[in-house]
Design a protein around this ligand. Structure first.
Ligand code: NAD
Length: 271
């Protein structure tokens, strides 16, 4: 499994399994077991996905891969940030995940109270409850606020990122501070199938459209966390390390950018 070097010295696996909209039972447990068998070593959940118990169970029952070989990310939900209960929310997540620590803890969205919440994350880091701390959906201006208020530079910013939405402004600030980008909805929430370019490029390499999109992320030094609960797709999405897209094909995909969001706009959301 390839990794990305973080600004705190840790190496984070470049591919993870996303579990948004997966259930809190067998569906998620099976998906995680299949992913681990296929070589994934990184799981992305959040309190708001309401499946942390299943994620914890899956990791505890994964016979071949011990917990300390898997990168586990979870996130503090907006209401907890607003209510100033980030530390309590982390304890609750650890309880549901049945683990003493997570590898990465993110503030899920930039809401009122984020600066104070960031300071709570810094304390959790000192206390060893989390190995890395970061943000999600923080655009350039929100990011600057955290950088000014905090002592620790975020290790990661998890943002919507795919060929239709590259978010160069947020990425430029992240690059400046050595903050690694993780792509959410890297497969455009399944809509990549409607864009013929990916399958066309895939034919050259004997790869599927999904593999082309995910490989493009990785070659841009962006971590990808595609979601699936189907074994065949989980395996397919994991087979990314035996080919490389040419510069020409990378550029062909770059040209598809159109500032199109499939998810909410971090500057204008109501949750
Ligand atoms: P995604 O872009 O990963 O797309 C997932 C969908 O693509 C699947 O439901 C399925 O319909 C389809 N798909 C997956 N593999 C396929 C394959 N090989 N062939 C054909 N179709 C395939 O969408 P996502 O779930 O929105 O994003 C991935 C993860 O990112 C989430 O599960 C979650 O962990 C994270 N996320 C984070 C935020 C955030 O605010 N931080 C927001 C959304 C998602």
């Amino acid at each position: 499994m390839e990794t990305q070097q973080l600004n705190n010295g840790l190496k984070m696996p470049s591919l993870g399994l996303g579990v948004w909209q997966s259930d809190n039972g067998e569906e998620t447990i099976n998906a995680i077991h299949w992913a681990l068998e296929a070589g994934y070593r990184h799981i992305d959940t959040a309190r708001i996905y309401k499946n942390e118990e299943a994620v914890g169970k899956a990791l505890a029952t994964a016979s071949s891969v011990p917990r300390d070989r898997v990168w586990l990310t979870t996130k503090i939900w907006n209401d907890d940030i607003r209510q100033g209960r980030t530390t309590a929310a982390l304890e609750e997540s650890l309880g549901r995940l049945k683990t003493d620590y997570v590898d990465l803890l993110l503030l899920h969205w930039p809401v009122d109270g984020s600066t104070r919440a960031w300071q709570e994350l810094e304390r959790a880091l000192s206390a060893g409850k989390v190995r890395s701390i970061g943000l999600s959906n923080f655009m350039a201006d929100d990011l600057e606020e955290i950088l000014q208020a905090g002592d620790v530079v975020p290790a990661v910013n998890q943002i919507e990122y795919h060929p239709y939405l590259v978010q160069s402004e947020a990425i430029a600030v992240c690059d400046e501070h050595d903050i690694v980008i993780t792509a959410w909805s890297p497969l455009m929430q399944g809509k990549f199938l409607e864009e013929p370019t990916f399958a066309e490029i895939g034919e050259e390499y004997g790869k599927t459209a999904a593999q082309v999109v995910l490989r493009w992320c990785l070659q841009n030094d962006v971590i990808a966390i595609p979601k699936s609960v189907h074994k065949k797709r989980i395996v397919e999405n994991g087979e990314l390390f035996d080919f490389e897209l040419s510069e020409e094909d990378m550029q062909r995909i770059d040209q598809l950018e159109r500032g199109h969001r499939f998810g909410p706009d971090p500057h204008n959301f109501d949750f």
